[in-house]
Design a protein around this ligand. Structure first.
Ligand code: NZQ
Ligand code: ZN
Length: 387
């Protein structure tokens, strides 16, 4: 097991009715900016519950709505202006991972004394200070509710980049699974696939003798595979929704990442697919993951074989079992309505592979646990024939 240092500062409040706790979790005397997205919180009652909880405590707040999926830097900067003008001291994010990631960026940008907080995304600056962020998270997918990551898109340059800091970890996250009863099917499926891939970015790498982390990863995948058909058949089943939400949090709250070798190249390539073609984050991952596994078959096959044996009871040697892991993963995604082919999203593989490999080349970028997913590898991965 590799060395690690773990710090998880988020108070995690889970369960039906928990939104009523929000007001009591916000420190007294701060001005709150409540951020939200395109309106789902007004339709599903979350907005009313949050407002009731804030009002019961006499908390002053203002609102910034309209944060879009794959949150835009341009929108975030408008929120920064508003927060600065109002002297906001706390951001309350109410919505999915996009609203929360935007809120994290806003919280750090407000305290940045450089010219342009986009510097956090390019790596030109690190976060030294941020106002606190708390959230009511309404979509199980990103794990953003318990990590220090934020992913922001910039329209003018077709870029989608991530940054991290423990200073933007939410100080609290409120999770009420009942608010996901009305999630559109597409978002439910996106959340399951995103969680699956998060777990695999931390599991399907090299063996470094981490059985507790590995079995935790397998437990999350087994739960996803078992609960996915149930949630599609019974979207209002509380326990199924609760299990999926907790899996999403566990998938990227960094616990299963400790001491293991991590990958994240499916995300790096997937973010470019979203940046160029606007497809949902999880869709990009469903395309890239099985292809990337084929490309890295030899170095990943031991872990992929464990996955296949533990989740699908695969027999045979490592190579045979690893092949099963790839085909069963793609079959699982397809079975819940998530296509794994670029053509299913109207994307031309030749064009996408050119654009994205050129971008990797321009940046001199390479990623993955061995640092060998470079421009040429990206081209090969995206040109992998249909699965
Ligand atoms: O905007 P509103 O009206 O709120 O609607 C949203 C949005 O249209 C809707 N929604 C959210 N909760 C709902 C709901 N609709 C009905 N009922 C509810 N309870 O769902 C749509 C998608 O929301 P979004 O926040 O974009 O989805 P998600 O949580 O999947 O977040 C995706 C973003 O997170 C980034 C992705 O790249 C993408 O930008 N990621 C963040 C990570 C992190 N911070 O650690 C890691 C991930 O790998 C990922 O990259
Ligand atoms: Zn993801």
């Amino acid at each position: 097991m590799n060395n690690f240092e773990l710090y998880t500062p988020t108070r995690y409040v889970f369960g039906s009715g928990s939104i009523s706790r929000v007001g009591s979790l916000i420190p007294s005397g701060v001005r709150v900016l409540m951020t939200y997205g395109g309106g789902s919180i007004r339709n599903n009652g979350v907005y009313d519950q949050v407002v009731a909880s804030l009002s019961a405590r006499g908390i002053e707040y203002s609102e910034f709505g309209g944060i879009e999926p794959n949150p835009k830097y341009e929108t975030c900067m408008k929120a920064v202006e508003k927060a600065r003008a109002e002297n906001a001291g706390f951001i309350l994010s109410v919505g999915g991972g996009s609203v929360l990631d935007a809120s994290k960026f806003i919280a750090a940008a407000l305290c940045y004394d450089g010219a342009d907080p986009w510097d956090f995304l390019t790596g030109r600056a690190v976060v030294k200070k941020a106002i606190p962020v708390g959230d009511v998270i309404t979509l199980p997918a990103t794990g953003s509710e318990m990590n220090g990551n934020a992913v922001i898109s910039r329209i003018s340059t077709s870029e989608k980049l991530a940054f991290s800091s423990e200073l933007i970890c939410p100080v609290f996250s409120v999770v009420d699974p009942t608010v996901t009863f009305g999630l559109p099917r597409r978002q439910t499926v996106n959340g399951i696939v995103d969680t699956y891939v998060h777990v695999m970015e931390q599991f399907a790498t090299r063996e470094v003798n981490t059985p507790a982390q590995d079995l935790s990863a397998i437990a999350i995948i087994r739960t996803l595979v078992a609960e996915a058909p149930k949630v599609l058949a019974h979207p209002n089943d509380y326990n199924v929704r609760a299990n999926l939400f907790w899996c999403a949090t566990l998938g990227l709250n960094t616990w299963i990442a400790q001491g293991v070798v991590q990958d994240w190249s499916t995300h790096a390539v997937g973010h470019e697919l979203t940046a160029f073609y606007g497809i949902d984050h999880a869709m990009s991952l469903a395309i890239v993951l099985p292809r990337l596994w084929k490309h890295k078959f030899e170095s990943k096959k031991v872990k992929l074989a464990v996955l296949a044996r533990e989740v699908w009871g695969a027999a045979g040697d490592d190579s045979a079992a690893a092949e099963t892991a790839i085909s069963e993963t793609a079959a699982f995604f397809n079975s819940i309505g998530m296509p794994t082919e670029l053509s299913a999203y109207g994307i031309d593989a030749r064009e996408a592979s050119d654009k994205i490999s050129n971008r990797f080349r321009e940046r001199g970028a390479s990623c993955g646990e061995d640092g060998d997913i470079d421009a040429d590898a990206v081209r090969e991965i995206l040109l992998t024939p249909p699965l």
